[in-house]
Design a protein around this ligand. Structure first.
Ligand code: FES
Length: 159
């Protein structure tokens, strides 16, 4: 193991990634899990972390970056403490997610894709959260909020 790999990935991250490697036939099969592990520990995946993961998985950084970019819950830039994911796919769109988007923007003072100046919130669009029958929906951190109305949204932010 090279010394810069130790610097870029912690022993704990490496141990968790290696545990995932035990379940896949090819190292690249653990790519998403490795990215998630590093993100869990650091909040996001920097270029340095991405290169270190790629080396550990015998992949090129470009190849791994392609996977990270495709998978929209891997953050390649620093994000706020809480991530707000507002679904903007068809069912949620029909049920008025654009109004909720404006309400969130007005409440937090941030547009989609932005992080609040106090680093509390990052507001991101997300394709279908798998709760279309309860549209419109959003996630705040680990909590899924379904059947949102402007009133319910106010209550979420008040709490
Ligand atoms: S379209 Fe929003 S949860 Fe499926």
């Amino acid at each position: 193991m090279s010394s810069d790999l130790i610097t870029a990935l912690s022993e704990r991250e490496l141990a968790e990634i290696n545990a995932e490697l035990a379940h896949v036939p090819h190292k690249s099969g653990a790519a998403i899990d490795a990215l998630k592990i590093v993100q869990q520990h650091r909040g996001w995946v920097s270029d340095e972390s991405l290169r270190a993961i790629a080396r550990h998985l015998d992949m090129s950084a470009d190849e791994l970056d392609g996977i990270a970019t495709f998978y929209n819950l891997i953050f390649r830039q620093p994000v706020g403490e809480k991530i707000i994911l507002l679904c903007n796919s068809v069912s949620c769109w029909i049920k008025g997610c654009d109004k909720l988007q404006r309400q969130i923007t007005d409440t937090l003072g941030i547009e989609l894709g932005e992080t609040s100046s106090d680093n509390q919130y990052t507001f991101l669009p997300v394709p279908c959260l798998g709760a279309c029958d309860k549209a419109p929906v959003m996630m705040v951190g680990d909590d899924l909020h379904e059947g949102l109305t402007e009133q319910l949204l106010r209550e979420v932010f008040d709490s």
